[in-house]
Design a protein around this ligand. Structure first.
Ligand code: USQ
Length: 385
């Protein structure tokens, strides 16, 4: 089966490309390297050096004898490029990761908000139109986010909610109350995609993914030239990845506010498995299918405690800091999100344990000379004028 991966240079896109290629899929990736530009703009870089996309692909093809193809271009600006790429590669499934992924980046200025929503929403729209024209049967697997839901005081369902109102019943998209302009861009994407399913009979799986952690996959560890982009900075570093880097530096962990913010989490290796399950079990024509893609829930404080514990096992004296919360979010709240869809398809989760955190600490220790302390403490505030 031919699978096109949009955002193939990214933290998740590159490992997905290698993984699916190894599973026997015919893989092509698309990217315009804009994430590398955003990183330069805010002055951060991945902890572990990563090669150019071209170099990584050539190296992978060389050592495996497999063949990942690449198409370089901007899906948000260049609709012709999207049409041509899809008609040239003729994929059966498209995995869409090609989005600005950082909530803090989207909250820096009006421009960074516009850039996030422009890139994300227009890229998805161009994709929808290209698929409608070329072949509406192509399965779109779109990376959404658990943050689309926010933290409602009721159970979170998988994308849809059955409601009864004034004696009548209907099934509606689950109400969304996201916590940043980034998360909002994903809400807008979901609404656009669901509409496309209704009017054009497209088949879409929206993967509302939780917070991903991890540095390595079975493929990245084959060689340093296959590494993926691991961030610890306030913009692109997710919470556990950041805590691990802080533990290595001996800095108090940057728990924002009370740390009672509870989130769904998953290991980077499980992201690859989930995407594969979605490809192999496609949505029906006209179906907007939503999976909540996470395996466990933790509060931020619990994550910090896990890092303290794992650090202790390695002789590190890790402490938990007290930071004012730069974000506008509930620090203590109800959180009960259904996530049975992917498990029903056969997902076997990788659960977070001491060993996993200690392995992350070991890898980060190897590169600790590259950590820029200036990029760790939060500077972006949600309510700044
Ligand atoms: N947090 C801290 N200290 C830190 C960093 C974060 O306490 O040093 C807290 C935040 O306030 C928040 C939680 O940890 O309550 C998660 O923050 P995060 O930066 O790890 O995650 P988030 O901004 O939600 O975004 C990340 C990815 C995004 C993905 C999302 C999944 O950057 O691409 O969509 O996780 S989810 O959170 O489920 O929406």
């Amino acid at each position: 089966m031919r699978v096109l991966i949009l955002g193939g240079d990214g933290y998740l896109g590159w490992p997905t490309a290698m993984y699916l290629s190894k599973q026997g899929f015919e893989v092509a990736v698309v990217d315009n390297m804009i994430k590398r530009y955003w990183e330069a703009q805010v002055g951060v870089e991945p902890l572990i050096p990563i090669r150019s996309l071209r170099r990584r692909i050539d190296f992978w093809n060389e050592i495996t004898g497999l063949k990942i193809k690449s198409f370089i271009g901007d899906i948000s600006e260049n609709s012709r490029f999207v049409y041509n790429t899809i008609s040239n590669f003729d994929p059966q499934a498209i995995i869409h990761y090609a989005e600005q992924p950082s909530a803090p980046y989207s909250m820096v200025t009006r421009n960074s908000c516009l850039e996030t929503q422009r890139n994300n929403i227009l890229g998805t729209l161009n994709l929808m139109f290209a698929i409608q024209r070329h072949n509406p049967d192509i399965h779109i697997i779109k990376l959404g986010t658990m943050g689309e839901y926010g933290t409602p005081n009721i159970d979170i369902e998988e994308g849809w909610l059955d409601v009864e109102h004034n004696g009548r019943k209907d099934r509606v998209l689950y109400p969304k109350r996201p916590p940043s302009f980034y998360h909002l861009s994903k809400v807008h994407d979901s609404a656009n995609l669901e509409f496309a399913c209704r009017i054009w009979n497209l088949r879409v799986t929206d993967l509302n993914q939780g917070i991903v952690y991890g540095i390595e996959t079975d493929e990245t560890i084959l060689h340093d030239d296959l590494n993926t982009s691991f961030h610890y900075d306030e913009y692109f570093g997710t919470v556990l990845n950041r805590f691990v880097a802080q533990a290595v530096l001996g800095m108090p962990l940057t728990v924002y506010g009370k740390g009672g913010q509870t989130r769904g989490m998953l290991n980077i290796k499980d992201t690859l498995k989930c995407v594969e399950l979605a490809i192999n079990n496609e949505a029906n024509a006209g179906e907007f299918r939503v999976f909540n893609q996470f395996t466990e829930t933790f509060s931020v404080y619990q994550l910090a405690q896990k890092v303290v514990e794992a650090g202790k096992g390695l002789g590190l004296d890790v402490s938990i800091g007290e930071y004012g919360n730069p974000r506008a979010e509930a620090e203590e709240h109800y959180f009960n999100a259904r996530h049975t869809g992917l498990h029903d398809l056969g997902l076997v989760p990788t659960y977070l344990d001491n060993k996993i955190i200690q392995r992350m600490i070991d890898v980060v220790t190897k590169y600790q000379h590259r950590i820029d302390r200036a990029n760790i403490e939060p500077t972006v505030k949600w309510n700044s004028k």
